[in-house]
Design a protein around this ligand. Structure first.
Ligand code: HPA
Length: 240
């Protein structure tokens, strides 16, 4: 048991998918996993463990933003020995060639937050995804017929930015999209020597102002979930 997760130590699988929304965790558990058990209800941040293609896997909601996300990631790694963490979430596109419902693998995550550089005396650490997870996810994307985009993303501390143009400087440097969690995930995974990847679907475009409907989000979320599940169960979590 940890402060925010009420599960016994063995109730969480060594591989965990991390949607921000706890109801997404419930949806995945109910629709994709068998022998499913809910191990967490603290703060309504549901966590489930079940079986996918013969392997144990957990799905844990993490909430929005890096402080909330980092609490769950820290506890999963340090109290539950989780070795592979895959965030699945939505993002806003910053590039004209990245459209609604596109799927992005975040190779790296820049950030406008002080949450990372405070760990490095104000210097800049480059939060990076695990290479094995990137290559396995790329292979499964091909198998599933999913056309992925891959590159640097922005993990932002603010959704409603006071300066509505601030994203444009990141876009100028080739950053693909904005979300609010990956930089913390990658930094903690690096600190504790485990694997992490963030897979995103584009829910809105900062370039065009378009937004997906709830129905469209559901469909693209399904593709991303399948990609994350296939990737997670292929990784041998007994290997460092
Ligand atoms: N900003 C931050 N996070 C997001 C966005 C956005 O525009 N869209 C989806 N997640």
């Amino acid at each position: 048991m940890s402060i925010h997760i009420e599960a016994s130590k063995t109730a969480v699988a060594p591989r965990v998918l991390l949607p921000g929304d706890p109801l997404r965790a419930k949806f995945i558990a109910e629709n994709y996993l068998s022998d499913t058990r809910r191990y967490n209800e603290v703060r309504g941040m549901y966590g489930y463990t079940g079986i996918y293609k013969g392997k144990q896997i957990s799905v844990q909601g993490t909430g929005m933003g890096m402080p909330s996300h980092a609490i769950y990631v820290h506890e999963l790694i340090n109290f539950y020995d989780v070795k592979t963490l895959i965030r699945i979430g939505s993002c806003g596109s910053m590039q004209p060639n990245i459209g609604l419902r596109d799927i992005i693998l975040a190779i790296s995550a820049s950030t406008n937050s002080a949450i990372i550089n405070r760990r490095f005396d104000g210097m800049n650490f480059a939060p990076t995804a695990n290479w094995e997870l990137i290559t396995v996810a790329t292979k499964h994307a091909q198998n599933l017929g999913i056309d992925i985009k891959a590159g640097n993303i922005l993990s932002s501390d603010v959704f409603y930015d006071e300066d509505p143009e601030s994203w444009k400087n990141w876009a100028k440097y080739g950053v693909l999209a904005v979300e609010m969690e990956a930089a913390a995930l990658y930094t903690l995974a690096s600190q504790f020597g485990v694997r992490a990847l963030c897979i995103l679907t584009v829910s809105d475009s900062l370039v065009s102002g378009e937004k997906t409907s709830a129905q469209e989000r559901e469909k693209s979320f399904t593709q991303m979930m399948e990609l994350a599940l296939e990737t997670a169960v292929e990784i041998d979590t007994s290997q460092p």
